[in-house]
Design a protein around this ligand. Structure first.
Ligand code: IPD
Ligand code: CA
Ligand code: CA
Length: 258
C-alpha cells in the first residue's frame, strides 16, 4: 500500500462525486426527500453518491471494508476500512444552502490513514495522509495560532435529533458564548473540521455524531498541527460521540469547561 497513490486515487474518486451532488441540487423535489429518522433527511443523491464512491474506493484498496452512512454496503468487520459520508450537510443541501461536503477516510482500527473532504460549491478539496501534513487545493494548511480564548472563533453543531446531552451541551454553549469571539453553526461537521484544519475556526465541539461525520476531518486537524479528543481529553473522538477539535494551543483550556 503506497499512501501517496491511495491518496491521489481517493481524491480522484471523491471529486467527481462532489460534482455529481452539486449538479443534482436543482433537480431535487420534496418527493425525493425522506426522513430516515427524526430530522435525519436523505435523498437519492446521498445514496447514489455513496454507491459511486464505493465502486471507486473498492478498486483502490480491494482488501478494505466499508463503514458508510447510507449503508449501501456493509463490511464493517475489517480493521482496514473506508469510512464514508457521501453528503455531509444533507439538511443544508436540501434547503438550498451551499455548505455541504463529501467526506472519505481510510482507517485501520483507530488509526486514520487518509482523509479527504471536498466542498463542491467552493471547489475546495482538503486532504491529508498520516504523517504527511494537510492540504487545501494543493497548498499546505495549518491550524490557527490563536492562544487567547477571547479571540477564538468557535464552530459547533446543535443537538437536533438526540437530546440526551442537551443540558450539558447548553452549559458548554453558554460558557463559550461568554468566553470566545463567537460561535458558528454551519450544519456540516466535515466542513467544521476542515475549517479548523485551515485556521478559519479555532475550535469545534459537538455531541452525538458518527465516525463517518468526523474520521476524515479529525485526520485533517491533526495533520494541520491541531488536537482532537473527547471532551475531557481521556479518549479519541473517532466514535463521534464527543468531538473536540482545536488548534492545539487552546486544547487544554477547552477540556471539561463546565
Ligand atoms: C450532519 C452534519 C451536521 C451535524 C449532524 C450530522 P449529515 O451530517 O454534519 O453538521 O450537526 O449531526 O449528522 O446527516 O448531513 O450527513
Ligand atoms: Ca454527516
Ligand atoms: Ca450524510
Amino acid at each position: 500500500m503506497n499512501p501517496d497513490n491511495i491518496l491521489r486515487q481517493t481524491i480522484e474518486a471523491v471529486r467527481p462525486v462532489g460534482h455529481y451532488i452539486r449538479a443534482q441540487r436543482g433537480q431535487l423535489s420534496e418527493a425525493d426527500i425522506t426522513d430516515k429518522s427524526r430530522n435525519n433527511l436523505v435523498s437519492f443523491v446521498d445514496r447514489e453518491a455513496e454507491k459511486k464512491l464505493v465502486r471507486a474506493l473498492r478498486e483502490i484498496v480491494p482488501s478494505a471494508g466499508f463503514l458508510t452512512e447510507e449503508k449501501t454496503i456493509t463490511t464493517e468487520d475489517r480493521a482496514l476500512r473506508w469510512v464514508v459520508d457521501p453528503l455531509d450537510g444533507t439538511t443544508n443541501y436540501v434547503y438550498g444552502l451551499p455548505i455541504y461536503a463529501v467526506s472519505v477516510a481510510l482507517v485501520n482500527g483507530k488509526d486514520k490513514l487518509i482523509g479527504v473532504i471536498y466542498v463542491p460549491e467552493w471547489d475546495e478539496l482538503f486532504y491529508a495522509a498520516r504523517g504527511q501534513g494537510a492540504f487545501l487545493n494543493g497548498k499546505p494548511i495549518r491550524v490557527s495560532d490563536r492562544c487567547d480564548l477571547a479571540q477564538a472563533l468557535a464552530a459547533t453543531g446543535f443537538p437536533y435529533y438526540e437530546f440526551r446531552h442537551e443540558a450539558c451541551y447548553m452549559r458548554m454553549f453558554e460558557h463559550y458564548m461568554h468566553t470566545t469571539r463567537g460561535i458558528r453553526r454551519l450544519g456540516a461537521a466535515a466542513v467544521d473540521l476542515a475549517y479548523v484544519a485551515c485556521g478559519r475556526f479555532d475550535f469545534y465541539f459537538e455531541f452525538d455524531l458518527h465516525p463517518w461525520d468526523v474520521a476524515a476531518g479529525l485526520l485533517l486537524v491533526e495533520e494541520a498541527g491541531g488536537k482532537t479528543s473527547n471532551f475531557d481529553g481521556s479518549g479519541d473522538a473517532l466514535s463521534g460521540e464527543e468531538i473536540l477539535a482545536s488548534n492545539g494551543l487552546l486544547h487544554d483550556q477547552l477540556l471539561s469547561p463546565i
